[in-house]
Design a binder for this molecule. Structure first.
Ligand SMILES: Cc1cc2nc3c(=O)[nH]c(=O)nc-3n(C[C@H](O)[C@H](O)[C@H](O)COP(=O)(O)O)c2cc1C
Length: 196
């Protein structure tokens, strides 16, 4: 009777953020399996307007990492050296995805139905609440991706650090300008310490 719970418990327990990946590619079948599970994600206000961009080209993945490195470099250029050193250390965890064979990026258009419904009654708070709902929907999608990857024995990591360069990422990847990006999620075969 509890078979499903037991499976889910195993998957949830096994899932840990994976930051090292082997060179083994992720098969198209596995990519489709992950996307199929993610497509079952719940979404706020009946607005299933999100998509998942899958990036499989190594040169594109490396270029994205450079874009994020540049953006965090720009941030530190006007900072005091001690604060900059601290941030640089923190930002190391923004670009390790360059080792991963694929990236999944859930995103959605930032359109407002509240504006159409409420018109002049729309307040800044309601606009933020509506945008937050879209971000929360994208978080649900991300979680589905992480669990689906783990169920296939693949490693993954939900990353929002890189989104400090969200606009540049969107421009580079062709995601429509002004979209909300949920996360960058590297997915790949886990590299265990003894396999180095
Ligand atoms: C919203 C969100 C953003 C995150 N962003 C990053 C990130 O930019 N870089 C990173 O290395 N890990 C990131 N993580 C992973 C967390 O560091 C990780 O989930 C946490 O330390 C718990 O470890 P676990 O995932 O292995 O259980 C993020 C996690 C979440 C939920």
């Amino acid at each position: 009777m509890y078979d499903s719970y037991d499976y889910l418990e195993q998957i949830a327990e096994a899932r840990k953020s994976c930051r090292r990946f082997s060179d083994e590619p992720v098969s198209d079948e596995d990519i489709l399996r992950i996307l199929k599970i993610a497509s079952r994600s719940p979404f706020a206000s009946g607005r299933k307007n999100w998509k998942i961009l899958v990036i499989q080209e190594k040169d594109k993945i490396e270029a994205l990492a450079r874009i994020i490195q540049e953006a965090s470099g720009k941030l530190t250029s006007s900072m005091e050296e001690d604060a900059a050193a601290l941030f640089r250390k923190y930002a190391r965890n923004f670009t390790f995805f360059k080792e991963a064979p694929i990236l999944m990026i859930p995103y959605c258009r930032n359109t407002s139905t509240m504006q159409a419904m409420l018109r002049e009654q729309l307040t800044e708070e309601i606009a933020v609440w509506e945008r937050d709902n879209l971000t929360k929907s994208l978080s649900c999608v991300s979680m589905m991706i992480l669990l689906a990857a783990e169920s296939l024995g693949l490693g993954s990591c939900c990353m929002t650090g890189p989104l400090l360069a969200a606009e540049e990422i969107a421009t580079f990847t062709g995601i429509p300008s002004g979209s909300i990006l949920g996360a960058i999620i590297p997915v790949g075969h886990k590299l265990h310490a003894h396999e180095d």
